[in-house]
Design a protein around this ligand. Structure first.
Ligand SMILES: Cc1cc2nc3c(=O)[nH]c(=O)nc-3n(C[C@H](O)[C@H](O)[C@H](O)COP(=O)(O)OP(=O)(O)OC[C@H]3O[C@@H](n4cnc5c(N)ncnc54)[C@H](O)[C@@H]3O)c2cc1C
Length: 381
């Protein structure tokens, strides 16, 4: 065993891993964070930055609400600005079926604590005059907004190094195994030993758990986004549609980010992903349908990233069964929104405390080792 000993090793420097490392170090643990690329260059650095209740599953609303409060205070606990803008959120219905969807989803999310109300077309147009007047109704949420995901890595980098976390970028971990009163981690320059380990590899949680002989299938979504050139003010809220296939907001400097889960293509195994023409066209059509004035703006960049999803679409956050001191954290739907609070809850468990809110243990997700992956791999060549 080498001389590198830690209380906690976190593997994966996305927003979940960065949060856990930061909170644990501040609570007094000696922490190493291992990221095979630069910090927050995966999903956590390329996402649409929406801090949303309208697109968050009802079961996760209580976490998202707590996290929203944290995001608003990011300069206080993170020490750095990530461009958070709090605003209203609107989800639009153009058809009867979409009206019904808004009613069902709004009811479930309101019951979970989100301040979501159904409003008429004229009320929606008063809030956001630029939306298509053909809407039938909308759901309105007073707690919505967005951050600048691009700034996330920068902010966490400063906070982590400032708090004394041993941050090791460009350091892939190739295996973890029980050793003594903890675990040995294989890294390019040897072995690191840690009493506890958190696996926070986004879509790569599945291969990480495979190091320990466990199989938790993680579906790999290839989310696609686009951004327009700078435009005069077109909108001030976050706008979506009932189906969930649109998320639109205009940043203070004028660019509009267009997303909503349109799928590109790619391969987790090859760690590559790219946009598709069909998704670009479909997403842009929907965006200009929702905000007609957007049709005068040109798209200047399209990009993609991997989003992780479990078999039941609920997060994988909790202890790894059979491996004391080993934890997993990821696969949260709208995971950027709720990440700071989920990282805080898991850190409480790592510290031996009762988490403020229940975790999402992975026992329910364990599959037979020979079970086939649920997602379809696509070649990236
Ligand atoms: C295009 C897109 C748009 C999205 N939009 C939104 C949105 O608007 N709002 C919202 O709430 N959510 C959004 N999401 C979801 C959100 O971005 C993710 O849920 C969240 O960022 C996941 O964070 P994470 O830390 O779990 O994973 P990641 O950010 O993927 O981090 C995992 C890290 O682990 C590292 N890693 C993997 N294997 C190893 C290894 N062996 N050794 C060392 N490091 C390793 C990877 O390099 C990666 O950096 C979006 C996602 C995408 C892709």
């Amino acid at each position: 065993m080498s001389g590198q000993q830690y209380d906690l090793a976190v593997i994966g420097g996305g927003i979940q891993g960065a949060g856990i490392a930061l909170f644990a170090q501040r609570a007094g643990l000696k922490v190493v964070l291992l990221e095979r690329d630069a910090l927050a260059r995966g999903a956590s650095g390329v996402n649409a930055g929406t801090l949303t209740m309208q697109m968050t599953r009802a079961a996760l609303i209580p976490y998202a609400l707590k996290a929203h409060e944290m995001w608003l205070k990011a300069p206080q606990w993170l020490g750095h600005d990530v461009g958070v803008v709090a605003c209203d959120g609107l989800s639009l219905a153009f058809t009867e079926a979409e009206e019904q969807l808004l009613e069902e989803r709004g009811t479930a999310r309101r019951a979970a604590g989100a301040p979501i109300n159904l409003i008429s077309a004229s009320e929606a147009l008063k809030i956001e005059p630029g939306i298509n007047p053909d809407i039938r109704m909308a759901s309105h949420c007073s707690i919505d907004g967005y951050a600048n995901a691009y700034l996330t890595g920068l902010a966490y980098h400063r906070a982590l190094t400032g708090s004394g976390v041993d941050l090791r970028e460009y350091t892939p971990v190739s295996g973890v195994e029980p050793a003594g009163s903890g675990y040995d981690l294989r890294v390019p320059d040897g072995i690191i030993h840690a009493r506890q380990v958190a696996l926070t590899g986004g879509v790569w949680i599945e291969p990480m758990l495979a190091w320990l002989g466990l199989h938790v299938p993680i579906k790999t979504l290839v989310n696609q986004l686009a951004v327009t050139e700078r435009a005069a003010p077109l909108m001030r809220t976050v706008v979506g549609i009932a189906s969930g296939l649109l998320s639109l907001k205009q940043y203070p400097h004028g660019t509009v980010v267009i997303g909503g889960g349109w799928q590109g293509e790619g391969s987790r195994e090859q760690n590559c992903h790219r946009s598709t023409h069909a998704s670009t066209v479909g997403n842009a059509r929907l965006a200009t349908h929702a905000i007609p004035a957007l049709r005068h703006s040109r798209i200047v960049r399209i990009w993609t990233g991997f989003e992780a999803e479990t078999a039941d679409a609920l997060p994988a956050i909790g202890p790894v069964p059979g491996f004391p001191g080993l934890w997993v954290c990821g696969s949260a739907h709208s995971g950027y929104t709720s990440a700071p609070y989920m990282a805080r809850c898991l850190t409480q468990a790592i510290l031996g405390e009762e988490p403020e809110m229940p975790l999402f243990p992975i026992d329910r997700l364990l599959a037979r080792p020979d079970a086939a992956p649920r997602y379809k791999e696509q070649d990236c060549q």
